[in-house]
Ligand binder design. Sequence first.
Ligand SMILES: NC(=O)c1ccc[n+]([C@@H]2O[C@H](COP(=O)([O-])OP(=O)(O)OC[C@H]3O[C@@H](n4cnc5c(N)ncnc54)[C@H](OP(=O)(O)O)[C@@H]3O)[C@@H](O)[C@H]2O)c1
Length: 344
Amino acid sequence: MAPSNQKQWIIAAKDKDLDGLQLVDAEVPKVGENEVLVKMCAASLNYRDLAIPKGMYPFPFKTPVVAASDGSGEVVEVGSKVTQWKQGDKVLTLFNQGHQFGDITPATAATGLGGAEDGTLRQYATFNECGLVRAPKNLSHAEGATLTCAGLTAWNALYGLKPLKPGQYVLTQGTGGVSIFALQFAKAAGATVIATTSSAEKGEILKKLGADHVINYKEDANWGKTAKALTTNGQGVDHILEVGGTKTMENSLAAVKMEGIISIIGFLSGAKPEATLLDTLSNICTARGLFVGSKAQMEEMVAAIEANDIHPVVDKQQFSFEQTREAYDYMWAQKHFGKIAINI
Ligand SMILES: NC(=O)c1ccc[n+]([C@@H]2O[C@H](COP(=O)([O-])OP(=O)(O)OC[C@H]3O[C@@H](n4cnc5c(N)ncnc54)[C@H](OP(=O)(O)O)[C@@H]3O)[C@@H](O)[C@H]2O)c1
């Protein structure tokens, strides 16, 4: 039986920076007929979770809102019409609760946890039964919680438009959550991975994770050309996960193969690239913006994670529920490698 009261972390206002993140008391929500009550066991942070209280998030969100999108937990109660879940099931949250399969729409893009809808940094949460995905059997709650946003985004980049094939080339940028998932998924698929990073030390970790080539983007200003030269006959890279934006787009265009795909995911170095859409013509490539992924894609990703025993890279520093503010500060200071987990 769930208690009647709980603690939850909310973003109370848009203009208080990280002080907008507050721990408050709340009632444990009642289960509707199509809903599931989940005891949350772990959450994980994304750049977006910091951008929201800092007033840097460009998409609509409500306040107050229960923080964070990523979560792993256990079903404790199901509504009378629920068919997909039973008590004791281990589940993960779906980022955009309404995005079940196929193309995302304006309506389903407005169902993001921790933004438009209440998120995962609470002890108990109700979700529509369609807003959950079975957790991989081989992962702990802290590992599983990292899949909701960064994991699914990397999966969608590699499989959402033109599925990755064995023997193809994948280029990842930096050592953030999305890029490391892309490296792990691409190696499991038999691809060759070219990874960039700003640090020699992180380059060694990338190699241990399976990267075939590592390029330091601080030392090699023309890393796109270098990456292209590493591919068979210098033809270029099949899949590029573009997380840099302003400072990386031109190099991504220099690296891409004809008919290759550049997945436009983030803008860590700014949002105004000098490259234009016409560059897709001069390079004969596809540039595709994407927004996390669907439930159907997340189920495919979970199956691949189990089959290949992939373990998400979780930063060695883990945080308790009470230390959530410290976890936000740690991420803002960019002290992390891979994903940050909060144990609830
Ligand atoms: N569209 C979507 O659906 C979606 C979903 C998830 C995330 N995103 C976005 O994707 C981006 C990455 O997210 P994340 O969670 O992976 O971020 P993260 O974990 O915060 O990534 C941080 C890492 O990015 C690398 N980096 C920073 N500036 C770079 C640059 N100029 N060139 C190359 N690498 C750079 C650094 O790697 P090194 O230290 O190794 O250099 C840094 O450690 C963010 O902008 C996020 O908002 C979008």
